[in-house]
Design a protein around this ligand. Structure first.
Ligand code: SF4
Length: 462
């Protein structure tokens, strides 16, 4: 992913996974979770329905390859499981927040993993606490699990989940393991992706299709906004937990978060980004000799821009993949050092050249400023900054870890002011119209660009 954001603290949210009827499920999950690793590197976990019907959980802080030893995988026997990779968003990063969560209610034990943020979490939590529920974490996912567990005894799991989903507002792409079945559901807006694949006689549910590809699973379809699918011995059944579905896929999934080889709601992420690059050129042709991308997620947009402009796309910046993690999430004082450790200009490429520099977004502006300075120090004669998305000006409440509004440079600075701050010769953003054109429809959430949040924000502040 684009390293510039690692320094600007705009992080992927989480990735979820579910396998049903897949032989040696723990090893398959291990591979699929690694394919989803870009969505969260802080912690991961797996809950398995064992042959005796008991649920086993293994989870820990760190990357998938470090948390799951050969021994841990061998200890998780079964063919049905759910998994999770996470980066903390609203909650803090303690062990108690690592998913999947294991909970018990009168209907039995169940496991849950979730991607997104619940905007009415505070009021639901207050209500549940008044009913005697005790929470062991600050995670929205545990809240969803408690809500599912509150249903009356007469309800089956499907009814319990439908009733819980109906009370939630915000973003939730969720997997649940209960009674030997796999349940997967998305909020009525479908903010976060969730796809279904087939693997042999079994099923794979994953946040992104790149995880299906990693297993050699065939893509079946996406789970629709407001849909619950139940996979069990009777096959796959579909239910609607909300009749008010309104498609609002997170635009940032396409722009930045998802892997370029993933396909989200029928749109290839690489193809989408390439189209934004082409449209960016149509809207903003700049006088340049070469096109350079900020590694790595802006590569596809840079390809589109270079092709449309008829200019060479050059490797003017290289990324050091092996920087210690302390540099990846630095405190303020380490940011300058961090950027230099992570990115270097290629002097022989940029010296004496006018550069069209393509990036996917500007969050705080500090990284862009350092990159522009770096390129000028290496001899670039002009640096024109081209952003393959509209101006990022509002925080996200749906599962992306963004700074508060006063930390977003786009919130109270004009393009001219931002350009002056980052020290570029010019700065241009993609229009919202072009963003919709790249998607081929207007069913996207674009709240972080225009403040038009699809849901009520309840007591959330920005
Ligand atoms: S506010 Fe922005 S980051 Fe959040 S869901 Fe909407 S488009 Fe995505």
């Amino acid at each position: 992913m684009d390293c510039s954001h690692c320094f600007e603290e705009l992080h992927e949210e989480c990735g979820v996974l579910g396998l049903y009827g897949v032989g040696d499920a723990s090893r398959s999950a291990f591979l699929a979770l690694q394919a989803l690793q870009h969505r969260g590197q802080q912690a991961c976990g797996l809950a398995m329905a064992g042959p005796d019907g008991q649920l086993q959980v293994h989870k820990g802080a760190g990357l998938v390859k470090d948390v799951f030893s050969e021994r841990a995988l061998a200890g998780l026997e079964g063919c049905t499981c759910i998994g999770h990779v996470r980066y903390p968003t609203t909650d803090v990063g303690g062990m108690e927040n690592i998913q999947p969560f294991l909970l018990a209610c009168h209907a039995g034990r169940f496991a849950l993993a979730h991607n997104g943020n619940i905007v009415n979490a505070a009021s639901i939590k207050t209500r549940l606490e008044s009913l005697g529920h005790l929470f062991s974490s600050t995670s929205d996912s545990e809240l969803i699990a408690h809500l599912i567990g509150t249903g009356p005894k007469s309800q089956g799991w499907t009814e319990k989940i439908m009733a819980a989903a109906n009370q939630l507002d915000g973003a939730f792409s969720t997997v649940v393991l209960a009674d030997g079945r796999l349940y997967a559901f998305r909020d009525k807006y479908g903010f976060r992706p969730l796809s279904i694949g087939r693997l042999g006689g079994g099923y794979v549910i994953a946040s992104e299709t790149c995880a299906l590809d990693a297993l050699g699973a065939g893509f079946e379809r996406d789970i629709a906004p407001g849909e619950l699918v139940v996979i069990g011995p009777e096959g796959l059944q579909s239910f609607r937990h909300s009749r008010h579905a309104e498609r609002r896929m997170c635009a940032m999934e396409y722009i930045y978060f998802a892997r370029p080889d993933s396909v989200i709601e029928g749109i290839g992420v690489h193809a989408f980004r390439k189209r934004t690059g082409r449209l960016l050129f149509e809207e903003h042709p700049v006088p340049a000799d070469i096109v350079v991308n900020v590694p790595e997620s802006s590569m596809s947009a840079a390809v589109g821009y270079a092709e449309a402009a008829g200019l060479p796309l050059e490797t003017g910046l290289v990324k050091n993949m092996y920087v210690a993690r302390t540099f990846i999430q630095p405190d303020q004082s380490m940011r300058d050092v961090g950027v230099r450790m992570k990115l270097s200009p290629v002097r022989s490429i940029v010296h004496g050249r006018r550069i069209a520099l393509v990036d996917d977004s500007i969050v705080r502006g500090t990284t862009s400023r350092q990159i522009v300075r770096m390129l000028r120090d290496a001899g670039a004669t002009e640096v024109h900054m081209l952003i393959a998305s509209p101006k990022y000006a509002w925080p996200c409440f749906y599962g992306i870890d963004t700074a508060s509004r006063d930390q977003l440079i786009g919130s109270d600075h004009s393009e001219r002011q931002i350009c002056a701050y980052i020290g570029a010769d010019s700065l241009h953003y993609l229009s919202e119209r072009a963003l919709f054109e790249a998607a081929g429809h207007t069913g996207l959430c674009t709240a972080c660009f225009n403040g038009a949040y699809p849901t009520s924000l309840y007591d959330r502040k920005f």
